[in-house]
Design a protein around this ligand. Structure first.
Ligand code: FE2
Ligand code: FE2
Length: 309
């Protein structure tokens, strides 16, 4: 075990101290997101007319690509399910604004419906695939948020800034692009439903970090910057969302090829030439917003496929 591992201090080893328990509104913007979530429920089983989808109308290659695409989506959404509760525990431990504690419980629930609808689409088109190919697992399995969320020595705003304001914001922008070029009605609707939820998830991140800034000095801001930079460089630019950014392998090549098959038929995927400008401008927007709203300057990012961003 390395020295770094030895020094890991988990909040789970701390005694729990819950009282005095404040539940009044401290952050009206986040409380509003909570109430918006409560009135924006949808059920994956009934929100789509599943019987209206005829898998036989698609070629075997398209069906295989859809299975792969939506299985991969399900893995990503499951990542949120497995990690979101760790942040919930952290919010309660740190006694952050009650609004955030209430809101995040429903945020986890929303990720669950994203996972289920992705699973159902994969099933519809030939069967959900329950694990990535071995040489691809590192790119898609996790962004390490569960561990970070429970790490006493990592301030919670660093994790939220990296996970939400960087990673989730990038996904949101990519999904918006894909939704716009998708013509298959059930798939387009799925993207739109997920996007409506994700708009709130992203808003939460920006509101939450903004609410923490007054308590942070220059050092706290630096830590946020480093956490975001690490997420972008080591997770996003390693192909967590986008196959053409992943290290070249047989699996990533197959993923790129299957996304192209879907894109050509309006079946809910995009290709490098269209996705690249969306991805790059998404990172530029994030950099601009962090500078404007948080006075935090992100470093320049680099990937061979995009150059400096
Ligand atoms: Fe999601
Ligand atoms: Fe989300």
């Amino acid at each position: 075990m390395s020295a770094v591992m030895d020094s890991y201090r988990s909040i789970l080893d701390q005694p729990e101290s819950r009282f005095p328990l404040e539940l009044g509104t401290r952050n009206p913007k986040i409380r509003k997101l909570f109430h918006a979530s409560l009135t924006s429920q949808w059920n994956p089983v009934t929100v789509i007319d599943w019987d209206a989808i005829d898998p036989a109308a698609y070629t075997p290659e398209q069906r295989m690509a859809l299975r792969t695409r939506w299985s991969r989506r399900a893995w990503g959404e499951y990542g949120a399910i497995s990690e979101s509760p760790a942040l919930q525990v952290r919010f309660c431990h740190d006694a952050v604004d009650p609004d955030a504690r209430l809101y995040f419980s429903i945020r986890s629930q929303e990720e669950s419906r994203h996972a289920e609808i992705s699973y159902l689409l994969a099933e519809k088109f030939g069967g959900y695939i329950d694990a990535p190919a071995a040489d691809y697992e590192n790119s898609v399995s996790t962004h390490g948020v569960r561990r970070l969320a429970l790490d006493l020595d990592v301030p919670v705003e660093c994790t939220v800034a990296a996970l939400v304001c960087a990673a989730e914001q990038v996904i949101f922008n990519l999904f918006k692009h894909v939704a716009e070029i998708t013509t298959q009605p059930a798939i387009r609707k799925t993207y739109q439903l997920i996007l409506r939820d994700e708009a709130r998830h992203c808003a939460f991140g920006w509101y939450f970090v903004a609410s923490r800034l007054p308590g942070l000095g220059a050092q706290g801001r630096r830590r946020i910057r480093d956490a975001v930079a690490k997420m972008v460089q080591e997770v996003e630019l390693n192909g967590y969302q986008i196959a053409w950014l992943a290290p070249e392998s047989e699996a990533s090549r197959a993923q790129i090829e299957s996304d192209r098959i879907l894109w050509e038929a309006g079946l809910g995927a995009s290709v490098e030439e269209l996705e690249k400008p969306v991805f790059v401008s998404s990172l530029r927007d994030i950099r601009g917003r962090m500078k404007r709203e948080w006075d935090i300057e992100l470093p320049v990012f680099h990937h061979p496929k995009t150059g400096d961003i």
